[in-house]
Design a protein around this ligand. Structure first.
Ligand code: NDP
Length: 303
């Protein structure tokens, strides 16, 4: 028997995407300009190809222009920098996103730093991170932004709550902490950030009213690490081999997408939990659309 409320990120993403589609049509009607996102994909990473395809179709469905520039594994840092410079100067491009990870040999920091902060819809540029940390963001990073939006739209109180974040990456953990500690709606939390050097991790996670897990370890967080009634947000996306019985009655090994949270045990303890898939993932792409529209709005206002 499932006790936790399911936080349906997929459904919420559909609602927000519909809002974005309407706002995009209004923007085009008003300005004659179509919001546009350019994604750069270097190499053949299979997961990256799926993510890029998702972003592309979401953009098109929202009424935005989507360009994907696919480059070979052998692309050099200089070549990539030149391309970014060109896109920075192109007024018809509102968002530039370089799909990570980049192949070894490309200087990732140098590339991300080269994207104009005004077109940095991933919000990874140091200027944008600085603005977030001072509570006056230009763009918010998509995954933490999506999680904050989920908390807000599900009316989950965060003010004064203990929020524990497991993972301290620049993409998820750290910016998540920055958002939750700010003053304001879906924020004002007391934030703890854990990582691989944290001692007595389970003791810390059990303090959480809201537990956000982004470590990249399949089903790592188990029921004993969760306070009864806590809200659990699972960012993880891990491939796990599972044996399933096929239609022919024969066992077959399948690749299954699982989170960092052991959903089956945690749902018996938590008050609410996000599933994988259908939780944080669809919201991440949705916030990318929102940032692209925001960038187009800012450009048309001369900001
Ligand atoms: P990183 O690998 O960059 O960071 C992982 C973090 O987890 C590190 O800070 C690491 O600590 C910490 N960690 C690892 N093992 C443990 C452990 N045993 N105990 C405590 N902390 C630990 O990952 P990302 O943040 O990029 O991604 C995390 C997960 O989220 C992945 O599964 C990824 O696929 C997924 N993801 C999902 C997205 C979505 O849209 N749903 C978007 C982005 C990521 P340390 O710093 O000490 O090494």
């Amino acid at each position: 028997m499932m006790t936790a409320t399911l936080l349906n990120g997929k459904q919420l993403a559909e609602t927000i995407r519909e809002e974005i589609r309407t706002a995009t049509a209004e923007f085009i009607g008003k300005t004659g300009v179509q919001p546009s996102l350019t994604v750069i994909l270097v190499g053949e990473n299979p997961a990256s190809q799926v993510y890029v395809r998702n972003k592309e179709s979401a953009c098109v469905a929202a009424g935005m222009k989507s360009d994907v520039i696919r480059l070979p594994e052998s692309t050099g840092t200089g070549e990539l920098l030149a391309l970014i410079e060109k896109l920075n100067r192109d007024a018809s491009v509102h968002g530039i996103l370089v799909q990570l990870p980049l192949p070894k040999g490309i200087d990732e920091k140098k590339i991300l730093d080269a994207i104009s902060p005004k077109k940095d819809v991933d919000a990874f540029h140091p200027e944008n991170v600085g603005l977030i940390s001072q509570g006056r963001p230009r763009f918010l990073p998509c995954t933490p932004y999506g999680i904050q939006e989920l908390l807000r739209r599900y009316n989950i109180e965060t003010a004064g709550k203990e929020v524990v974040i497991v993972g301290r990456s620049d993409i998820v953990g750290k910016p998540m902490a920055l958002l939750m500690v700010q003053k304001g709606i879906a924020a004002d939390a007391t934030v703890t950030v854990c990582h691989s050097r944290t001692r007595n991790l389970a003791e810390v996670t059990r303090r959480a009213d809201i537990l956000i897990v982004a470590i990249g370890k399949a089903e790592f967080v188990t029921a004993d690490m969760v306070k009864p009634g806590a809200v659990v947000i699972d960012v993880g996306m891990n491939r796990k081999e599972k044996t399933v019985i096929g239609d022919d009655g024969q066992p077959a090994v399948k690749n299954k997408l699982v989170g960092d949270v052991d959903f089956d045990s945690v749902k018996e303890v938590a008050g609410a939990v996000t599933p994988v898939p259908g939780g944080v993932g669809p919201l991440t792409v949705t916030m990318l659309l929102l940032n692209t529209l925001e960038s187009a709005n800012r450009a048309s206002a001369g900001l």
